[in-house]
Design a protein around this ligand. Structure first.
Ligand code: ZN
Length: 56
């Protein structure tokens, strides 16, 4: 499972329940959107990093 991490707050930028592996190719038109953790506006992909979360 791929999780989008917001670099500024180091929390998940989107609700992880709605994310699937295919979401790692984030469409550019998704910006800007509001960070799920800190509610700041994310305007660019450079504000995010991808993290692979292993679920048991
Ligand atoms: Zn954030």
């Amino acid at each position: 499972m791929i999780v989008l991490i917001h670099k500024t707050c180091n929390g998940p930028a989107v609700e992880t329940d709605t994310l699937t592996a295919e979401a790692c190719a984030l469409p550019v038109e998704a910006f800007p959107f509001t960070c799920f953790t800190c509610l700041e506006e994310i305007t660019d992909e450079s504000e995010l990093r991808f993290s692979e979360e292993i679920r048991m």
